[in-house]
Design a protein around this ligand. Structure first.
Ligand code: AP5
Ligand code: MG
Length: 208
C-alpha cells in the first residue's frame, strides 16, 4: 500500500512554504487540496463553482468533494509510492476515508499561535506563474516579480477569522486523533522560515 505523509496545521502555519523542503527530503510530491481547488475555481469547472462559495466564506468544502478529488489524484503515476498531503485531511471523516486508500506514515504538525496567523495571512503574496509563496515582511519577493504577485481572495482579515474558527472546530480534533494513533510529530512553527525548516529536517531524519 502507498505510504504518505500529512502536513498538518492551521491556516498560515507555513504548510505550503515548507512543502518543497519535505518533498525534497522524502521524494514525495506535494498534494495540496487548497491548490487543487483554486485551480478548479480559476478554470470555472463545476467543482470550482461549487467550492468557491465555501472557500470565500472561510468554510471547509464538503468532505465528498474533497475525497473524490484525492481519489482521482492518487491514481496519477507520480503518487505510486505515496504523497505529501498539504491541508488534507481536515476532518476526521476525511482521515477515515484516507485510511482506506493510503497508509499515513507520519503527520507533521506545524504549531503556530492564532495571534501570529492573521499577520502572516494578510501579508501573503503569491506568484501565479510559479506558485511561489511570499510575505511582504517575512519573506519579501524579488523586486522584478513584485508587479505580478497576487493576493488570495480568502486572505482578508475577516475570512481568516472564519478560517481559524473552522480549523479549531473541525480540524484541530483531527490532530488529537492522529496523536492517539502515535503518528503526530509536533514542530515548533513559530520561528523564522529557516528555523522551522531546520526543525522539520531534524524530525524527519529521526523517522528515517
Ligand atoms: P488551503 O489553501 O489549504 O489554506 P489553509 O489551510 O488555510 O492554509 P494556507 O495555505 O492559508 O497556509 P499555509 O499553512 O500553506 O501557509 P503558507 O506557507 O502559505 O485551503 C484554502 C481553502 O480551501 C480552505 O479554507 C477550504 O475552504 C478549502 N479546503 C482546502 N483543503 C480542504 C480540505 N481538505 N477539506 C475541506 N476544505 C478544504 O504561509 C502563510 C504566509 O506566512 C506566507 O506569506 C509565508 O511567506 C508566511 N510564512 C510561512 N512560514 C513563516 C514563518 N516561519 N515565519 C514568518 N512567516 C512565515
Ligand atoms: Mg497553503
Amino acid at each position: 500500500m502507498k505510504e504518505s505523509i500529512v502536513l498538518f496545521g492551521p491556516p498560515g502555519a507555513g504548510k505550503g512554504t515548507q512543502a518543497d523542503l519535505i518533498s525534497e527530503l522524502t521524494g514525495k510530491p506535494q498534494v495540496s487540496t487548497g491548490d487543487m481547488l483554486r485551480n478548479a475555481v480559476s478554470k470555472k469547472s463545476q467543482l470550482g463553482i461549487e467550492a468557491k462559495k465555501y472557500m470565500e466564506a472561510g468554510l471547509l468544502v464538503p468532505d465528498k468533494i474533497i475525497i473524490d478529488l484525492i481519489k482521482n489524484r492518487l491514481d496519477d503515476e507520480d503518487s505510486i509510492t505515496g504523497v505529501l498531503f498539504d491541508g488534507f485531511p481536515r476532518t476526521i471523516h476525511q482521515a477515515e476515508e484516507l485510511e482506506k486508500i493510503t497508509q499515513v506514515k507520519v503527520v507533521i504538525s506545524l504549531v503556530v499561535p492564532d495571534e501570529e496567523i492573521i499577520e502572516r495571512i494578510v501579508g501573503r503574496r503569491m506568484d501565479p506563474e510559479t506558485g511561489d509563496i511570499f510575505h511582504i515582511t517575512f519573506n519579501p519577493p524579488p523586486e522584478e516579480i513584485s508587479h505580478r504577485l497576487i493576493q488570495r481572495k480568502d486572505d482578508t482579515k475577516e475570512t481568516v477569522i472564519q478560517r481559524l474558527a473552522s480549523y479549531h472546530e473541525q480540524t484541530k480534533p483531527l490532530g488529537e486523533w492522529y496523536e492517539k494513533l502515535g503518528k503526530l510529530i509536533s514542530i515548533e512553527g513559530n520561528g523564522t522560515i529557516e528555523e522551522v525548516g531546520k526543525n522539520i529536517t531534524e524530525a524527519i531524519s529521526h523517522i528515517g
